[in-house]
Design a protein. Structure first.
Length: 380
């Protein structure tokens, strides 16, 4: 049983929904609108239950319909071709504004393509929406225009931000897809986050929460004389994480807490006569090496070591208990979790443009490989 790429509910085996793609008439779709958080107009959707006595020749679509598109029976989102015959790893990507999430996703997909090439596997967009969205919002601004990709638009601006759906090849006997729901930090900070359109957090296989450590006041105060202050606005990561925890509710996704822009902390290794300089210059530390594109499989020992080092850094930086333990403050629930340190660019940008040294990603694949390894993907 695979999940819908939008609502993240498991697709029921005996219920199907579709529309006639040749029909030019559109109407307000109340079901799709509830899950999108705004008005959605689609062709008329037909829902069909599989009869108890149906055999392998049964089809939910009448024979006289030449062209149809299958949609999720729950949220009416278009399903890519052969979706039910594959499997999908569904990830919610969250963080406060200006944590580098958009840049991270742009680099992540490039790195994933390079990594899976070694396994003779291609990473390709699974639908036209993903192809257009990734090219326009992620790839082109960073890799062609050499600028910093704009923040994820709030839902009020870019209505119903679609999921990014990538085909990552066959693993075992089944085709596998990677789905990323990129959630705008502005929505998490300011928007009304209730109702069906936000249920996917609790249903995801994993939630990756990116945060810029320099945006936590207690941390930035510790490093005030060592790291230049930033002027970008954005909510406190602790407050946004608390909102994410409330959205997860009693769901049970794995949670990856990802320190983004880690190059800012790595730069402390060059600060002489500083205790932080000695910590960050440790040549044996996992946060000073990147095996991401070398090892064929996710290295659990390396991941555990990095996790412990990041937790130790947060402890030394006096980060709050929720950032260190990831315990839900409402339900008291603990989640299977792992801490990561990544840098999508490798060097701080100069204004709105990349550093002249270009892009040197650091450990960007770790969070995704951790999630995929548990799902049996990218393991040889």
């Amino acid at each position: 049983m695979t999940k819908c790429p939008r609502c993240f509910h498991d697709l029921p085996d005996d219920e199907f929904a579709w529309y006639d793609s040749a029909d030019t008439r559109v109407e307000l779709n109340q079901v799709a609108s509830r899950y999108a958080g705004g008005d959605v107009h689609t062709r008329s959707v037909h829902t069909v239950l599989r009869p108890p006595d149906a055999d392998h020749t049964w089809s939910p679509v009448p024979e006289d319909v030449a062209h149809h598109v299958e949609v999720c029976p729950l949220c009416h989102y278009d399903l890519p071709g052969n979706w039910r015959w594959g499997d999908a790893t569904c990830i919610a990507m969250a963080g406060a504004r200006y944590t580098g999430k958009t840049v991270y996703i742009a680099v992540l997909i490039k790195q994933l393509k390079k990594f899976l090439e070694a396994a003779d596997t291609e990473v390709t967009p699974a639908d036209m929406v993903t192809e257009r969205t990734y090219a326009a919002n992620y790839e082109r601004p960073l890799f062609e225009q050499r600028g910093i990709a704009a923040a994820t638009p709030a839902a009020a601006v870019a209505a119903h931000q679609p999921p990014l759906i990538f085909n990552i090849g066959f693993w075992g006997e089944r085709q596998h897809f990677l789905v990323i729901r990129d959630v705008a930090g502005e929505d998490l900070e300011n928007a009304e986050t209730s109702g069906p359109s936000w249920e996917f957090f609790g249903l995801a296989h994993a939630v990756l929460f990116l945060f810029d450590p320099l945006r936590v006041r207690d941390i930035s105060d510790q490093l005030l004389d060592l790291v230049p202050p930033t002027n970008l606005i954005g909510g406190d990561p602790g407050d946004v994480l608390r909102k994410v925890m409330s959205l997860i509710g009693r769901g049970n996704p794995r949670i990856g807490l990802v320190l983004s822009k880690f190059d800012a902390l790595q730069a402390l290794s060059r600060v002489e006569q500083s205790s932080w300089g000695r910590v960050m210059a440790n040549p044996g530390a996992a946060f000073n090496r990147d095996p991401g594109l070398v090892a064929a499989e996710y290295d659990e020992d390396d991941g555990t070591l990095l996790h412990c080092e990041v937790v130790s850094l947060l402890q030394r930086l006096h980060a709050g208990p929720m950032l260190r333990t990831l315990r839900n403050p409402v339900t008291g629930q603990y989640y299977e979790n792992r801490f990561f340190a990544v840098s999508a660019l490798g060097m701080p940008p100069v204004g709105e443009k990349l550093h002249r040294s270009g892009i040197s990603p650091f450990r960007c694949l770790d969070p995704i490989r951790w999630v995929l390894a548990e799902r049996g993907v990218s393991q040889t």
